[in-house]
Design a binder for this molecule. Sequence first.
Ligand code: ASP
Ligand code: MG
Length: 409
Amino acid sequence: MPSKVIVQKYGGSSVANVECIENVARRVVDSAKKGNRLVVVVSAMGDTTDELLELSSKINPSPSEREMDMLVSTGEQTSCALLAMAIHKRGLEAISFTGPQVGIITDTFHTKAKILRIETARIKEELKRNKIVIVAGFQGISTALEITTLGRGGSDLSAVAMAASLGADMCEIYTDVEGIFTADPRIVSDARKLRYITFDEMLELAARGAQVMQTRAVEVAKKFNIPLAVRSSFNKKEGTIIMEKTPYIEEPVVRGVALTENEAKVTLCNVPDKPGIAARIFNHLAKEHINVDMIVQNVSHKRMTDISFTVPKSSLSKAIKTSRRLSKGIGIKKVIFDENIAKVSVVGVGMRSHSGVAAKCFSVLAKNKINIEMISTSEISISCVVQKNCGKRALKVLHKEFKLDKIKS
Ligand code: ASP
Ligand code: MG
C-alpha cells in the first residue's frame, strides 16, 4: 500500500521551548515510523513574532514593510531548523526549508501576502528520499523575489495550502487546545469538545470571535475540500475534524456559540432618508479599509433615520473621523459611538432546516433581562449586540438553552 502523505502544523505554543520541540520531534518520528510521509509546517517559537514586532518598534515606529517581513520571517526559520536537528538526534532523516526554498510563491503585498501557488517539486523529491520535510510557516517569496509573510496566524494557511498543493491525505493542526469547543471553555465551564464541525460553521464561529484557526486557512481548506484535524500537541486525545459534511445523519441545530468584545458601535443620528446616502457612507468607510460588520437602519420619522453599525475597535477612531467628515456634506446631525458592547452569536448548519432558533435566542436573553441592541442573521447564524457587561452571561445562557453542554463529543 502506498504510504500516506500527511501535513502536520505545529503552532507557536507547541514549539515554545526546547522541551516542546523535543516533544514535537517525538510525535513526528512516531508518525513517520508508522510509514507516513510527512511535511511538517512550524510557527515561530512561543511569542517570538510579537517580540520581533516589539523590537522593530523600538528602532523605528513605522518600519518599511519589506524589512518587517525580512525580520519576522526569521522566527519560523529558527524553529524549523531546530526541529530538524531534534529529529536527526532520533536517527531519522529530516530537512528544513524556508518558504522561498520550497517555492511558496506569493503576491507582492508585504506583511499580508496571498499565496499564488506552491511549487512542490523539491518537497516531493525529498519525500521520495524518505526524508521528513520541515517547512517554515507564515512565509513565502513574492513574484518580485522578495520574502513575504502571510499575516498573523499565517502558518495555518501555509499548512493548508501545502496540503492542497501536495494532494495530501490529511492535514493535522496541532495547537495548545484539544480541538474546537461548543464555546470558549475559559468562559463557559461546561463547554464540550466537538468531534466534528463543518467548514461553514467554523468560518462563521471564527468570524464571530472563536479564535482557534486562522479564517483564511479554513477558507482554503473548504475550497479544496481538505478535512482538517485540530488536536493538542500535548496529549494523544482525538481532537475535532473540520470537514464539508459531518457524518451525522441530522445536524444539530446549533453547534456552537461565540462572543467577541472587540467591536464598537457607531451611530449616525438623523440621517436624511433618501436614495444614495447609505451607499455614500459605506463607500467612504470601505475606502478607508474599515471592516463594517452589522448594520441597522431604523424606520424613518419625518424623512430622517438613524444608522448604526459595528466596526473592530482598532478601526473605531478612523470610522468616527470618516463619519464626522461625511456628516457635514450629507447633513447628518450627530455621530456617537459606544465601545462597551459585546456580540454573542449562535451558529449551526442545522438552522437551515429549523425555524424558531432566533425566537429562542431572543426569549432566553429576555428572560435573563439582557437587552438586545442590534441583531443580524445569516443562513446559519444569529448574532446579537448587547452591553459589554452582559456578554459573558449571554454566552452562558445561550449555551445552556441550546443544550450544548449535553452534546456528545
Ligand atoms: N508566527 C506567526 C504569528 O505569530 C505565524 C503563526 O504563528 O502562524 O502570527
Ligand atoms: Mg504564532
